[in-house]
Design a protein around this ligand. Sequence first.
Ligand code: GLU
Length: 550
Amino acid sequence: MNNNDKMAELLLPSINKTPDYYESLYPERNLKEGARVTRIAPSPTGYLHLGTLFAALVNRITATSSGGIFYTRIEDTDKKREIEGGIADIIDGLGRFGIAIDEGFTGADEQSGNYGPYKQSQRAEIYQTYVKELIRQGLAYPCFCTAEELDEVRKIQEDRKIRTGYHGEWAKHRNITFDEAKELIDSGKPYVIRLKSPGSEENTVVFDDCIKGKIEMPENDEDFVILKSDGIPTYHFAHAVDDHLMRTTHVLRGDEWISSVPKHIQLFKLLGFRPPEYGHIAPIMKLDGGAKRKISKRKDPEAAVHFFAEEGYDSESVIEYLMTVAASDFEDWRKANPDKSYKDFKFNLKKMSVSGALFDSDKLNNVAKTVVSGFDSACVYDKLTNWAKEFDPEFCAVLTENPEYTRAVLSIDRDVPKPRKDIAKWNEAKDYFSYFFDSLYKKDFSLPENISPADAKLFLQKYKEVYDPSDDRQLWFDKIKAIAPEIGFASETKEYKAEPDKFKGHAGDLSTVLRIAVTGRRNTPDLCSIMRVLGKERCISRIDEALNSL
Ligand code: GLU
C-alpha cells in the first residue's frame, strides 16, 4: 500500500466501494439526442420563494422543450439551517404551480427514480467513496486547522493585503504525511478533508454559460473543503458528485453560484467527470427608490410565493407572468398563440435576461386579467370559493349561500366570446361583486355633475313603469332611449354631440343613473345582464331606495 492508499484507509476506513460501483449503478441516461436533464436542488432552509419557483420553471421548460427530464434533489447538508416542513412547502408549492416533477422528490417523504436517493443526507457513503478516491490519487488531504487558526491566517493575509483563503503557502496541511495525520487523529483532533488544488491563479478558466455567454475567471487555487468533519460534503463537492451521477446535462441555477464555477469545473475534471453545461439565472429585480436591486426575502412580500396565493393570484397567472420574465420572445409567441399552453413554447435560454428582469406588478396584473378572463364561470366559481375558503371565510359563506346565483353573477360578461378582462386576483372579487350581495352592497347614489337629482328621479319613475326583466339587451336600451326625449335628453349620443346645447345629456347618461340606482356604481359590466341576475324584486327595491334618497 502506498502512502496515499494508507491515508485513504486511515481517513475513511468504512468505505469499501469504489467509484466504478456507482458509475454502473447510475448509467448514462438513455434519452434521445439533445434531450436535456435539468434539476432544481433546493435546500429546505425556508419556504418556496419566487427565485426558486422561477428557476424551477426555467429548468422545467428547458427539459420539456428538449424532450428531457426535470428532477428535484434536496440539498440538506446544512442541518442547522433546515426548517420543519421546508421540503413539503417547496415540493407541494411546485405542484400547485403546475410544475411537473419527472423524478426525485415529489412530496415531503416521497421520492422516485433510478438515480436516487435524491436527498444529500442519504448519500454520505457515495460522497465519501469519491473523496476516498481523491485521497488515493493524492488529490485530497485532511486538514486539522481550527476555526481560530483559520481566522488568524485570514487576519494576517488581510494585513499583508494578500488574497485571503487556504491556498499556496497558506495551506498548512497540504503536505501532511500519513504519520502526522495518524498522530493527530489518534489524539482525537477533528479534521476536514480538503481538495489539493492543482490550479493556479495565473491561469484562466473559460466556459460558455448558456445564459450569460462566454465567461473567463482565474483558475481555482484554493484547497477548499470537500468533506466536513461530520463526514457530510460541502455544496461544491456534493454538486459535482450528484450532478454527475444523476446525469444532469444542464445546471441552471441562481447566478450567485457563478463565482464558484472554477471550483466546480476543477472538481469535475479531477473526479474524471464530464462537466455539465452551466447556465446562471439572473435574479428577479425590484425598483427601489429608482435603483434596481435583487428581490429580497426580508423586504419584499412577493419574494415568498405564499404572497401570491394569499392575494388570490391564480397559479397559472403567476407562471404566465414568469414566462414573460424568462423569455423575451414569449409575449410575441403568446399573441400569436393565445390558446396554447405555455408548455408548447419553444424555450431558448439565450432569450433570458443576463442582468436580471424587473418584477413588474402592473404587468403581472395585466397578464393575470387575461388569464382569468379565459376561465369560464364554473371554473371561476371553484377557484374563487376555494381561495375565499382559506383567506376570507366570511366572503366564502356569502358566495356559497346560493351557488346557482353566484354562478350567474360570475357568468356576466364572462361566458361570452370576448370576456371582460376585469379581475386580476381573487382578493379583488369581494369589492368587485359586492353589489350582487345585499350583505356587501354599499349604497351610493351620487350622480355625475351633468345630471340633476330631479331629472334622475323623473327618469327612474318613468323607467319603473316600463321595466321588464325579460327584456333583451336591445329592448332594455330602447326603453331608456324612448324615455330620454321626454325629459330633455337625446336618444342618440350622435344627436347630443351634434347639438350639445339642445340637450341635458343623452341616453347613455340615463343608463348611468339606472346603474347607480341598482348597483351604487358608475361603471359595471353589462347592466342589462346585471339586472337580470339581480332579479326584479331587488332591482325595484333598489330603484325605490334611490328614489327616496335623491
Ligand atoms: N442548494 C443550492 C441552493 O439552494 C442549489 C444550487 C444549485 O442549483 O446548484 O442554492
